[in-house]
Write a protein that binds this ligand. Structure first.
Ligand SMILES: *Cc1c(COP(=O)(O)O)cnc(C)c1O
Length: 399
């Protein structure tokens, strides 16, 4: 721990003295240690973590099983590259596929990379399986799929896109509007990308039946339905994968965030006919799915699929949303499912985030006016109450 504590003096460089490119607006706090649902800064101050590193730390911080597996894996084998057999990938895929839908997986390092791989599968679907007759890509207004150029091209937020044009063309359709999608769908569509719940742009839950309509339209036009479950997957919304709330399956699913519990890993799962299009040499990654990352993923999957785990997400989610409605009243919409929850605020959320930090509570932001709460999935009922008390105090402090 001493070496971490030693970083304390480094926490204070200002924008002008930092050696880092200033591409982030960071909070004025640096954490040096974590334990369960709690984080600690250099001065030893405790914070309840209701953001989990952007819905990543599924098992909280320093979970004993993750610490144990990763220590063991680090001492055994960290990396060999995809030039050799990857037993960790085999084992992890064998855990994920039966929880999702029949198909095959490809592992990478992040969310945006998972969507790049998904995008390439969609291209192969249009260019190879349909001999170039399908080139059009559809995504939704308010979407967020990542920051690399392919993923950015299907990300809607103009301020993220505009500085990096030209990007591959995408047709954007209003989120949750199945009729608009029906009007936009033609047989030249290769793929439709969507988040089952839009996370980044404000925790927007589509109307019931929407995913089923998207599924139907994709099937009718032989377009691939790509579910970006990077934020919503791995138990986050109270089902293993969010699309399961509607009893449908996509053709391709991307995963990342919660899968590694904090160790970078991404993945795509594609149905067999789609997966078969990705022949040797068409795609690859040096680090993707190395033994260390897969050990993390396997530990997370074992925990999340253990009896009662996802049930806790459902119960804590209901407790959280009910408490938030009590605190904020009917003037603020509370949206979400499971432990992915947003509160629509009437002013920029930065103030409330700061006030929460002052109360020892870490919360996030989505879009430009939504408070985002996405704690570790191991959060207890008592900790949800603590979260609500601290947030209520922060809300009151704002007046
Ligand atoms: C976070 C996120 C991404 C991007 O993941 P990175 O690991 O930051 O590249 C893509 N899609 C969704 C839905 C996300 O929430």
């Amino acid at each position: 721990m001493a070496c971490h504590e030693g970083h304390t003096e480094l926490n204070s460089p200002t924008a002008s003295t930092s050696f880092l490119i200033q591409n982030y607006r960071r909070q004025d706090v640096s954490f040096v240690r974590g334990n369960g649902c709690y984080l600690y800064d250099g001065a030893g101050r405790e914070y309840l973590d209701a953001f989990a590193g952007v819905a990543v730390c599924t098992l909280g911080h320093s979970h004993p099983k993750l610490v144990e597996t990763l220590s063991r894996q680090a001492a055994t084998l960290i990396h060999t590259s995809n030039h050799y057999g990857q037993l960790g990938q085999e084992e992890l895929a064998a855990r994920i596929v039966p929880e999702a839908f029949p198909g095959r997986m490809l592992f990478c390092n992040s969310g945006t990379e998972a969507n790049e791989a998904a995008y390439k599968l969609v291209r192969l679907w249009g260019n190879v399986a349909h001999e170039g007759r399908k080139r059009r890509i559809i995504a939704f207004e308010g979407s967020f799929h990542g920051r690399t150029l392919g993923s950015l091209s299907i990300t809607h937020t103009p301020s993220y896109r505009a500085p990096f044009e030209p990007l591959p063309p995408t047709d954007f359709v209003p989120f949750g509007d199945a009729d608009a999608l029906a009007a936009a769908m033609k047989d030249d569509v290769a793929g439709v990308f969507l988040e089952p719940i839009q996370g980044e742009s404000g925790v927007h839950v589509p109307p019931p039946g929407f995913l089923a309509r998207v599924r139907e339209l994709c099937t009718r036009h032989q377009a691939l339905m790509v579910a970006d479950e990077i934020q919503t997957g791995i138990g986050r919304t109270g089902r293993m994968f969010c699309h399961q709330h509607e009893g449908i399956t996509p053709d391709v699913m991307s995963l990342a965030k919660g899968l590694g519990g904090g160790i970078p890993i991404g993945a795509v799962l594609a149905t067999e006919p789609v997966a078969a299009l990705m022949t040797p040499g068409l795609h690859g990654t040096t680090f993707g799915g190395n033994p260390f990352a897969c050990a993390a993923g396997l530990t997370v999957m074992k925990e999340v699929t253990s009896p009662g785990f996802v049930g806790n997400v459902v119960e804590r989610g209901l407790q959280l949303m009910e408490g938030l409605r009590r605190i904020f009243g009917p003037t603020h919409e509370v949206r979400g499912k499971g432990l992915l929850v947003g509160v629509q605020l009437q002013r920029p959320p930065a103030e409330l985030v700061k006030a929460a930090l002052a109360q020892g509570l870490v919360v996030g932001v989505a879009g430009n006016n939504t408070l985002r709460i996405a704690p570790s999935l191991i959060i207890t009922a008592v900790q949800v109450d603590e979260l609500l008390e601290k947030l209520a105090a922060a809300h009151r402090a704002q007046g």
